[in-house]
Design a protein around this ligand. Structure first.
Ligand SMILES: C[S@@+](CC[C@H](N)C(=O)[O-])C[C@H]1O[C@@H](n2cnc3c(N)ncnc32)[C@H](O)[C@@H]1O
Length: 252
């Protein structure tokens, strides 16, 4: 007769083995996930470094750019805008929010030998910083950072805090619009007003670049713009934070 205690011991050992195997399998799967994630992160980082190097090369910069992480636009988005600005040579560039993007676009104007950037900035401290950076790069003639506080404004029956745009030059059409503000925390769909406020001033063929398009808010903004402005062709760009470019194609 097989003693009961031996039977229980064997059962306990088998249970322990099964439990250990289960844990080992979980660790194995976790390690795979960690490896895949770190490969993805490395590939993403490498892509940003390539884009940053591309920017320095294509812009022939003699001085360093400020941050291109965190709040600043990422190198891949900046490079997309720089390539557009260098090939299409926009005359009037308007930007919602200032920073590294202002420098990049101003340098494109300088290389082109024509054009001007007007950057709407709601925060006076960041406006000052952007002006200092422009001066440090010798680019002050190519971009103007406008103090543009956010004021409650009505768009289609709802109120948004949106830039006071009085400082923008009147008359001329906008050839390129870069939208990277106001910050998301100011209101849900914070950047939606760029459409109703500025799309009516675009020149035919003008390009609009929207940063952070991976966020649900920006996706909803793009959906609203698609319905409201069918003459704006939309294309998603494969950038780190998601981005979209819209082209104004007026119907004949
Ligand atoms: C997404 S950031 C704009 C970045 C800008 N386009 C660039 O490329 O650097 C939007 C706004 O956040 C504010 N901002 C910029 N840097 C910030 C920081 N480090 N912390 C908090 N707010 C910041 C500024 O008022 C700016 O207009």
């Amino acid at each position: 007769m097989f003693p009961l205690t031996s039977f229980l011991s064997i059962a306990a050992i088998l249970l322990l083995c099964a439990y250990t195997l289960h844990k080992v399998r979980l660790i194995h799967l976790l390690l795979h996930d960690v490896r895949d994630q770190s490969q993805r992160e490395n590939a993403g980082l490498f892509r940003q470094l390539e884009a940053l190097q591309g920017l320095y090369t294509e812009l022939g910069l003699k001085r360093s750019l400020p941050d291109t992480r965190g709040w600043a636009a990422s190198p891949d988005f900046l490079l997309e805008m720089a390539r557009h600005a260098l090939s299409e040579r926009p005359q009037l560039v308007v930007e919602c929010s200032s920073g590294t993007s202002t420098l990049v676009l101003a340098r494109c104007m300088q290389i082109n030998g024509a054009g001007k950037v007007y950057s709407l900035e709601h925060d006076p401290a960041y406006a000052r910083q952007a002006r200092q950076q422009l001066a440090r790069h010798g680019l002050s003639d190519w971009a103007e950072v406008l103090d543009a506080p956010l004021a409650a404004q009505d768009f289609g029956g709802s109120t948004w805090p949106w830039y006071v745009t009085d400082g923008l030059p009147g008359g001329a059409d906008i050839d390129m619009l870069a939208i990277d503000g106001p910050p998301q925390a100011t209101r849900a769909l914070a950047r939606y007003p760029a459409g109703p406020a500025l799309f009516g001033r675009l020149s035919p063929g003008a390009a609009v670049f929207l940063d952070d398009a991976r966020r649900p808010d920006e996706q909803e903004i793009l959906r609203r713009w698609a319905l409201q402005f069918p003459e704006m062709e939309q294309r998603q760009l494969n950038c780190e934070k998601g981005a979209a470019v819209l082209h104004y194609r007026p119907r004949a």
